[in-house]
Write a protein of this length. Structure first.
Length: 173
């Protein structure tokens, strides 16, 4: 339980580094923090590093596709984007950090694809709304189309990440 809570808290620290970095024209801050965070995760928490790395790579690839589609479809406009129709590096770093949560913090979604789909659909839009409120992105109009698009993207991504060959979590001692 302690490992799960500490890992989720660490993820949220990385989330803030990515979002606040982008919001304050320091887009390098999030990726730098995530590189350090993922390195620490792999060093101290990962029991099966190859599986963890595979999950992180899958997370970055899913994020690149999903968030680039959001940008190209004018669902979301990102601060500090290198190109208007591509996901910026800070959001890809965020996906890498998110992928690390499936070994411990979100391991309860493993083997439960419908629950993972529901969790993704419900958690994705508020995360983008929080990022918007901090100035890292703008969810574009019409929002009644944009927010369901974000929900659909996360409803697809979360079960894929939860079902990836992540290692089984260890029990806290």
């Amino acid at each position: 339980m302690i490992r799960t809570l500490s890992q989720l808290a660490f993820f949220y620290a990385l989330w803030f580094a990515c979002v606040l970095g982008a919001a304050h024209a320091m887009p390098w801050l999030g990726p730098a923090a995530v590189i350090a965070g993922v390195a620490l995760h792999l060093k101290f928490l990962a029991r099966e590093r190859r599986r963890e790395i595979s999950t992180i790579v899958l997370g970055v690839l899913l994020g690149a596709v999903i968030d680039s589609l959001f940008a190209a479809a004018h669902v979301v406009k990102y601060q500090c984007a290198l190109a208007p129709n591509l996901a910026p590096p800070w959001i890809l770093a965020l996906w890498a950090a998110f992928a690390t949560t499936f070994a411990h913090g979100l391991s309860w979604l493993r083997g439960r694809p419908w629950l993972a789909m529901l969790a993704g659909a419900l958690a994705g839009p508020p995360s983008y709304l929080a990022g918007e409120s901090l100035g890292a992105l703008t969810v574009l109009e019409p929002r009644w189309v944009s927010f369901p698009a974000v929900a659909a993207g996360f409803a697809l991504a979360v079960p894929l990440l939860a079902g990836a060959r992540t290692p089984r979590p260890e029990r806290d001692h």
